[in-house]
Ligand binder design. Structure first.
Ligand code: NAD
Length: 503
């Protein structure tokens, strides 16, 4: 039990603390919200949702743009909170916030174009009808977030759900509630009238209560194991779900690749955010003619990356202490199965930090190839050609992002298309995540549904189809007075339109 402040009053409630993973210093104390608190937040959100939907596109856009500008004006304060709760360097936190704002801006500016009413052709059979399509908000969206990108990741749902006209109840990870609280209170600064974006805090129990509440959809980001539990909880009310889960992203290097650029990108993709990135580089497949040169260049770059808590550090500590055990298990398993540590090894695990580790000659059946490691490590494997690289890359139950370093544009595009992934970046890493017009999401254990872009806006809406009679129908079909003559006419039209032979 602990004391928290709510509505200007101190209350004794069950609480939890968040700590700085580098220093173990307590950052804040937060209430564990139970079923009753979650349900009343959803009830308040229901009212707020109808007010927000009623504001219309233009007014919502203005408010969302005001929110983004607020975030940029206070980027220093927010970045410090992100740094304190996750341990990532301030500069990385600023980059994360900037990218979140790019998405918020796009969602605000494009919601009407993507979702607003439009005429659609009725077709010759329904020539008497005027048809239109529009996308209506679902109502209240429950967003359950992870800790690794506590601004960018939930904003991929929050910004698009709000722009589509929904209210949101947000449960940030129990590791990053202060960042979640900042986002919610900064939104309330620009939209003070109704609780259109609310915060509930806590761990699994609070997330479960949100999934079982009367929300109209859950947008979940986290591990596949948790997604299965959330999906089961959603099943009770047939609540739909978007699941953005983990990855085991592959990185392919072709014989004609720019090896310096490839090594640079693979190194950054592996160690940035201490490797705690769902679309981080975890498995590298290199065509044999350039394997040794690439490995040397990669080792040179990765051995220069030092984790720490100061401004010179390339990345920070592991945010989630339990994740260090997983990284340790994966490295130990790779070495026990005959893998070779090109740089680093078991000694690289210096809690709360993990130094970069490159593993080579690791069997494809090992943990570090099969499961999400989520640490600053990667495996590098020699392949005969790009076809073998694609086959190995695709032999994973995860399929989130991927990267391909191939100079020939035609070949690179063919390989990108052949990759079993939601997104593929050619000659860079994570390019697609920085483009707000592109959808983002996975396949298999990486989840389903899409955030970002037009698909991400539509994910938080229901399609509404409307037809209006604009003249008498030449075919008198949907009536009890239909005659044999009407049917003869229909059959001649059917033969004319659809009866020809196709070869
Ligand atoms: P997690 O699955 O442990 O937790 C995610 C969220 O779910 C947290 O808010 C947690 O409190 C909540 N939760 C836990 N149990 C729950 C339950 N039974 N019911 C409802 N909610 C519950 O994941 P994490 O450790 O916070 O995040 C890391 C994972 O997220 C990694 O697998 C990473 O790859 C993935 N991730 C995916 C994306 C993406 O966009 N695809 C982005 C970031 C992170």
């Amino acid at each position: 039990m602990g004391t928290v402040w709510a509505h200007g009053q101190a209350r004794q409630v069950e609480t939890f603390d968040t700590v700085n993973p580098a220093t173990s210093e307590v950052i804040g104390t937060f209430a564990v919200h139970g079923r009753a608190e979650v349900e009343s937040a959803v009830e308040r959100a229901r009212e707020a949702a109808s007010w927000w939907a009623g504001l219309g596109w233009k007014n919502r856009q203005t408010r969302l743009l005001a929110w983004k500008s607020h975030m940029i004006r206070y980027i220093g304060r927010l970045a410090e909170l992100v740094h304190n709760e996750t341990g990532k360097p301030i500069a990385d936190a600023q980059l994360e916030i900037f990218l979140a704002v790019v998405h918020l801006d796009w969602a605000a500016r494009n919601a009407r174009r993507v979702l607003g009413p439009r005429r659609v052709p009725s077709g010759i059979t329904a020539i008497n009808l005027a048809s239109s399509l529009e996308y209506a908000p679902l109502g209240v969206i429950g967003v359950i977030g992870p800790w690794n990108y506590p601004v960018f990741t939930p904003m991929g749902s929050i910004a698009y759900a709000l722009a589509a006209g929904n209210a949101v109840v947000f449960k940030p990870s129990e590791f990053t509630p202060a960042v979640g609280g900042w986002l919610v209170s900064s939104f309330a600064d620009v939209v003070p009238e109704h609780p259109v974006l609310q915060l509930v805090t806590g761990a699994a129990g609070t997330g479960d209560a949100l999934a079982r509440s009367a929300v109209d959809k859950i947008s979940f980001t986290g591990s596949a194991a948790t997604a299965r539990k959330v999906m089961a909880a959603c099943a009770d009310n047939l609540t739909p779900l978007v699941a953005e889960c983990g990855g085991k992203d592959a990185f392919l290097v072709g014989a004609d690749a720019d090896l310096d650029a490839a090594a640079d990108a693979a190194a950054w993709g592996a160690v940035s955010n201490a490797g705690q990135t769902c679309i981080g580089v975890e498995r590298v497949y290199v065509v044999e003619s350039v394997y040794h040169t690439f490995l040397e260049k990669l080792a040179e770059r990765m051995s220069g990356a030092r984790p720490g808590d100061d401004r010179e550090s390339a990345y920070g500590p592991m945010t989630h202490p339990a994740q260090i055990d997983i990284v340790e298990d994966h490295v130990a398993d790779a070495l026990a199965r005959g893998g070779r540590a090109v740089i680093g090894g078991m000694q690289s695990i210096r809690r709360p930090y993990v130094d970069p580790v490159i593993l080579a000659d690791v069997p494809e059946t090992s943990l570090s190839v099969q499961d999400e490691t989520f640490g600053p490590t990667l495996t590098v494997t020699k392949v005969a050609d790009l076809d073998e690289g694609v086959a190995l890359a695709n032999a994973s139950r995860y399929a989130l992002g991927a990267s391909v370093f191939v100079r020939s544009k035609k070949r690179a595009l063919a390989v990108a298309r052949a990759m079993r992934s939601g997104m593929t970046s050619i000659n860079s890493v994570i390019g697609y995540a920085t483009v707000p017009a592109l959808p983002y999401g996975g396949i298999g254990d990486s989840g389903f549904g899409r955030i970002h872009g037009p698909d991400g806006l539509r994910e938080f809406t229901r399609a509404k189809a409307i037809t209006r009679v604009r003249m008498r129908s030449p075919l008198n079909l949907t009536t009890l007075t239909r005659s044999d003559k009407d049917m003869r006419r229909l059959l001649s039209v059917a033969t004319l339109l659809h009866g020809k032979r196709y070869r």
